[in-house]
Ligand binder design. Structure first.
Ligand code: KIV
Length: 269
């Protein structure tokens, strides 16, 4: 299935990816033509009502990966490696990645460049397809000082480019770029041979991803916060507003990604 996706990219078609955490939505998304279902650790916020992704565990991830796999047997499933499951040593990372694959994922995603390149290479050499998540990396939200655009200075843009090249050379299947300037994402996409997937990274990436609940306009921040305290990020578009059903909203997202009308410049940095 991953090979089919690589061919899609080679033919110039954009990849439409969405987060998914359960079997019902997985089935709906498969019918709507979503190319990749991401079992994201964003489930910490969206399903568990937390402020961030930091308390998500391997048990949470495998539980939801199994649910998604049950609902969408014919779609590529990517699963996030949660904080603490891949940073310490490569062998532990491999065991946890294997657990996600056994739960139904086709590919695992983890955050960071730099010293994570070696982990990516190790997993790829041991037969585990990897997506490298660069730019804004939510598991480092405290080090990054909040939800901030990355790659704005020449130095930070050069670092993200260097990490993307290193990850590509390590053999990862995708590079996901979150909240980086559209011009930087375009440059990376043109430089590396690995397909890029963007969220808040402009229209020139090879594919796009959004959190399902954002697309439906129903995510309003941590459970203990007042609704008025929450402001949707710039890269979010509510696709339910102009359609009559969740199924149609998801299909509209897929179409907008494929015909390059999403993201527009107002969704980019
Ligand atoms: O967990 C998640 O939903 C993600 C997206 C922000 C890409 O990693």
């Amino acid at each position: 299935m991953l090979q089919k996706l690589q061919n899609l990219v080679r033919s110039g078609e954009k990849i439409a990816m969405l987060t998914c955490y359960d079997a019902t939505f997985a089935k709906l998304m498969e019918r709507a033509g979503v190319d990749i279902l991401l079992v994201g650790d964003s489930l910490g916020m969206v399903l568990q009502g937390s402020e961030n992704t930091l308390n998500v565990s391997m048990h949470h991830m495998t539980y939801h990966t199994k649910s998604v796999a049950a609902g969408a047997p014919n779609t590529v499933i990517m699963a996030d490696m949660p904080l603490g499951s891949y940073e310490h040593d490569n062998e532990a990372a491999y065991k946890n990645a294997q657990w996600l694959i056994k739960s139904g994922a086709h590919i695992v995603k983890f955050e960071g460049g730099g010293n994570r390149v070696d982990t990516a290479r190790y997993l790829v050499e041991h037969g585990i397809p990897v997506c490298a998540h660069l730019g804004f990396t939510p598991q480092s939200v405290n080090q990054l000082g909040g939800y901030k655009i990355q790659g704005k200075t020449d130095e930070s843009a050069a670092q993200i480019m260097q990490d993307a090249i290193a990850m590509s050379n390590a053999g990862v299947s995708f590079v996901l770029l979150e909240m980086v300037p559209a011009t930087l994402a375009k440059k990376i996409t043109e430089t590396i041979k690995t397909p890029t997937i963007g969220i808040g990274a402009g229209v020139d990436c090879c594919g796009q991803v959004l959190v399902l609940q954002d697309l439906l306009g129903i995510y309003s921040g941590p459970a203990d916060k007042d609704l008025s305290e929450f402001k949707s990020p710039r890269f979010v578009r509510n696709f339910l507003k102009d359609t009559n059903s969740i199924q149609d909203a998801v299909a509209a997202y897929v179409k907008a990604v494929k015909d390059k009308t999403f993201p527009a410049s107002e969704h980019s940095y």
